[in-house]
Ligand binder design. Structure first.
Ligand code: PLP
Length: 479
């Protein structure tokens, strides 16, 4: 029986009718499939062996003209989709940064689709807006953020679809700030400052926002931005008639987990009237642990701050927590009110309309999955989860230091360890290829100071201690 299309069976819909009982049954079976997938992750190969084009080769060239049953659809999921997915949640996945997810968030996502809210305005979904405001205030408190970032301060929090989008919003607001000070300022004169270690999304965002120049500031021996070099670059640019508008401070860089000196850069930005944006996409999660708070000192200088619960906090993509210190700057930059979006609550300035806090108009009910994650796990178990990964990384670092065939490439940062083979890039590449060929682990590489480096980012939501041990045994065997 086709689940989604049985003509004229119900009076609720006209030509395509949905049978709710069949939906219920299909839903249970789909949840069963997800549960079995999660149960099997420990034993499953970490990476797919799919080849380019291998998925499409199994699909019909044309969309079906007639309904197919949910049985047929789910069996194709098992036959075609599952062998070609990368097992990001596997305890053996150490590549990139984690994109962790866990059942509470999965169910939040499910409900979000079921309720199908369009939360562009408070009026189009009061629950979508108010739960988001509230959960972002919870998270601000858990991270002990400065009061301005709370909704009862001058700013507030919002969930963006990605760190890239959040940084773009900040870049655009920063651009408009300098253009308000100097009306008619040509965009070619605006400068955004990053370092060689800043994530590429900032460079992309600065291009999209139309900055005239993206200045790459030097880093120190630990790959952190050199604040003196920044001050000098700003001085030179100002003397040349350019307008410094934006600086990105990264807390936990992608390649090595370095922390830019936030207080020093923030103080420079403040004295020059430059927008200070803080990207802690991965590392921001540990702001919920009291003992790591000093890593975030200087956040009072930040005009905008973001990190991704969808990286390390078990809330599946997409979920970027973004805070702004002065919400009016965002609203002045992004708000456009056509007649068709007007409503009494907006007109009376009684509500937050999140469409003014992001680039797209429409928005999903993302707050559900974050709300469920925080409630189902509780802050203390979440802290323990992060701490366990950090201590496993410290142990791995110790073992690497003790092996004279290997070199630590940077001081280990939280749950990220970067190392290389002492014999150089070819040996490092061979080692990572051999490790990945086992399919018990999956690791990525980067370059630091021109040298090829293997990254181990610990962050699976499932128990990982045994797999980190196994990783070390494999490294010792294959180095
Ligand atoms: N910033 C940093 C430091 C990152 O490491 C990443 C991704 O790994 C990003 C930004 C981009 O994140 P997103 O995929 O949410 O745009």
């Amino acid at each position: 029986m086709p689940f989604h299309c049985s003509h004229f069976r119900t009076r609720r819909l006209w030509y395509i009718a949905v049978n709710i009982d069949e939906f219920r049954d299909a839903g249970y079976r789909t949840v069963d499939l997800i549960a079995s997938y999660l149960e099997g992750l420990d034993d499953a190969p970490v990476q797919t062996r799919a080849m380019p084009g291998s998925v499409r080769a199994q699909l019909p060239t044309k969309a079906p003209e007639q309904p197919e049953s949910w049985d047929e659809i789910l069996s194709d999921v098992e036959r075609i989709v599952m062998p070609a997915i990368a097992n990001w949640q596997s305890p053996g996945w150490f590549a990139y940064f984690p994109a962790s997810s866990a059942p509470p968030a999965v169910l939040g996502e499910f409900l979000s689709a079921g309720f199908a809210q369009q939360g562009m305005l408070w009026a189009t979904s009061p629950a979508c807006t108010e739960i988001e405001i509230h959960v972002m205030d919870w998270l601000a408190d858990l991270c002990a953020l400065p009061a301005k970032f709370r909704s009862d301060g001058t700013g507030g929090g919002v969930i963006q679809d990605s760190a890239s989008s959040g940084s773009l919003v900040a870049l655009v607001a920063a651009r408009e700030r300098v253009r308000r000070v100097t009306p008619g300022l040509p965009l070619e004169k605006t400068v955004a400052y990053v370092s060689s270690q800043t994530h590429s999304s900032l460079v992309k965002g600065a291009r999209v926002a139309g900055y005239g120049m993206i200045r790459e500031v030097a880093v120190d021996e630990n790959f952190a931005m050199d604040a003196d070099a920044l001050a000098q670059a700003i001085r030179m640019d100002s003397d040349a008639g350019l307008v410094p508008a934006f600086v990105c401070v990264t807390l936990g860089t992608t390649s090595s987990g370095a922390f830019d000196p936030l207080s020093a850069v923030g103080a420079i930005a403040k004295s020059e009237g430059i927008w200070c944006h803080v990207d802690a996409a991965w590392a921001g999660a540990v702001g919920i642990c009291h003992e790591y708070r000093e890593l975030f000192e200087g956040l009072e200088y930040a005009d905008s701050y973001l990190w991704n619960p969808h990286k390390w906090l078990m809330t599946n993509f997409d979920c970027t927590a973004f805070w702004i210190g002065d919400r009016q700057e965002l609203i002045d930059t992004l708000s456009i009110v056509p007649e068709y979006l007007r409503n009494a609550q907006t007109d009376n300035a009684a509500v937050i309309d999140y469409r003014d806090w992001q680039i797209p108009l429409g928005r999903r009910f993302r707050a559900l999955k974050l709300w469920f994650t925080l409630r189902s796990f509780g802050a203390e178990p979440l802290r323990q989860h992060l701490r366990e990964h950090i201590s496993l990384a410290a142990e791995l670092e110790k073992r690497i230091r003790g092996d004279n065939r290997l070199l630590l490439s940077a001081p280990h940062s939280l749950a990220l360890v970067c190392f290389a083979h002492r014999d150089g890039d070819i040996a490092t590449q061979r080692l990572v290829d051999n490790l990945n060929a086992t399919n018990r682990v999956f690791l990525g590489t980067t370059r630091l100071d021109g040298t090829l480096v293997i990254r181990v980012a610990i962050g699976s939501p499932w128990p990982v201690a045994e797999r980190v041990d196994e990783l070390w045994n494999l490294i010792s065997e294959l180095a």
